[in-house]
Design a protein around this ligand. Structure first.
Ligand code: UD1
Length: 338
């Protein structure tokens, strides 16, 4: 039996594949390579000492998915494959709906027809919008996300809940806060295409001299230092949560399951705290300038992750500084590759 990991060569996907292999799972990866490179597959093998099966195709090609499922005994799926750039999703909403939802629906059609279960979905804290209360619990009311990217996550959750209810399947929705960092081997990490949108890749490229300076988007938020607060979760900790969630789901004897977990550290850090943590962790300066707020940004989001701790026996372990050291090592590795 194997686990199907879609988007398994992506940022969170590749780290999760390594943790699955380390835990003794067989892994079959599907990735269309739209946001990854072949060396990530080689490095997964290098880091784990194991070779996952890999299929390079787009999940919108249902006939290829069907052939894959004919060829392998699949025990469950972790679905990472999706477009994820918030700004781009506002320019190309239909592309986002097509890619993120058609691929999910093809997977669920095949799972329905083949009587497969144990489906884990990559969701996001973006489904909470600016929550009225901190920390955010799984029961915190959802708000319509501002971006089309966020809407694909909220719609994906709804589709999966219907799937679990109507077809008696087991589903887990994982709502990530802000994933950061790279593998401690420095052989896996995030590959930002073009100018990074997210804070930590931008800080890293600024420290490396690729960007002149970081723009800190607003220091007039109602927070202690005026900059916005997020919950930055180390990607390897996040990857381990997937293994714990999968093990629980497989063992769960209920016919129909809809489990939802927030995955964060439970601690909020401001933009300036992240910048200064990066500087002290890596003994390097990050030039920055305070600018206007970014449209659509919220003041604060951090998790109450106690449900994941109680039910998955999982807790974020890694400090912000350690996570930011791995990011810097990964940047140096990327530079050494040229
Ligand atoms: C963003 C998305 C969120 C998505 C997540 C994926 C938005 C509004 N939200 O979250 O839906 O799930 O990415 O990782 O885009 N910042 C700067 N300068 C920069 C970049 C960021 O000051 O150059 C600040 C932002 O204003 C924010 C914080 O850093 O306060 C984190 O930003 P980012 O890494 O983009 O994540 P989110 O906005 O939280």
């Amino acid at each position: 039996m194997a686990i199907l990991v879609t988007g398994g060569l992506g940022y969170i996907g590749s780290h999760t594949v390594v943790e699955l292999l380390n835990s003794g799972f067989e892994v079959v990866i599907v990735d269309d390579m739209s946001n990854s490179e072949k060396f990530i597959l080689e490095n997964i093998e290098l880091v784990s000492g194991k070779k996952p099966v890999f299929y390079p195709f787009d999940l919108k090609r249902r006939e290829l998915l069907s052939q894959l499922l004919d060829a392998h005994d699949i025990e469950g799926c972790i679905n990472f494959a999706a477009f994820k750039a918030v700004g781009e999703s506002q320019q190309k909403p239909i592309d986002y709906y097509e890619n993120n939802l058609f691929s999910l629906i093809n997977l669920l059609q095949e799972f329905k027809e083949r009587n497969l279960s144990n489906f884990i979905f990559s969701s996001s804290c973006t489904v909470y919008g600016q929550a009225d209360q901190m920390p955010i619990k799984e029961t915190t009311p959802l708000k319509t996300p501002e971006s089309s990217y966020g809407k694909t996550k909220q719609m994906g959750e709804e589709i999966l809940m219907d799937f679990a209810r109507a077809h008696e399947r087991k589903v887990t929705l994982l709502r990530y806060f802000n994933p950061i960092g790279a593998h401690p081997s420095a052989r896996l990490g995030e590959l930002p295409i073009g100018v990074p949108n997210n804070l930590v890749p931008f800080v890293t490229q600024t420290a490396a001299g690729i960007r002149e300076k970081l723009m800190v988007y607003g220091n007039d938020y109602p927070t202690p230092d005026g900059t916005a607060i997020r919950d930055y979760i180390y990607v390897v900790d996040l990857a381990k949560a997937h293994v714990a969630a999968l093990q629980k789901l497989i063992q769960d004897s209920r016919p129909s399951v809809i489990d939802i977990y927030n995955l964060g550290t439970g601690t909020g850090s401001s933009v300036l705290e992240v910048v200064h943590a990066f500087e002290s962790a890596n003994s390097i300066k990050v030039p920055y300038e305070i600018t206007e707020r970014r449209a659509g940004d919220i003041t604060a989001a951090y998790a109450d992750a106690s449900k994941a701790e109680a039910e998955l026996n999982w807790k974020a372990q890694t400090s912000l500084e350690t996570a930011l050291q791995t990011t810097w090592q990964w940047q140096k590795y990327l530079e050494s590759r040229g």
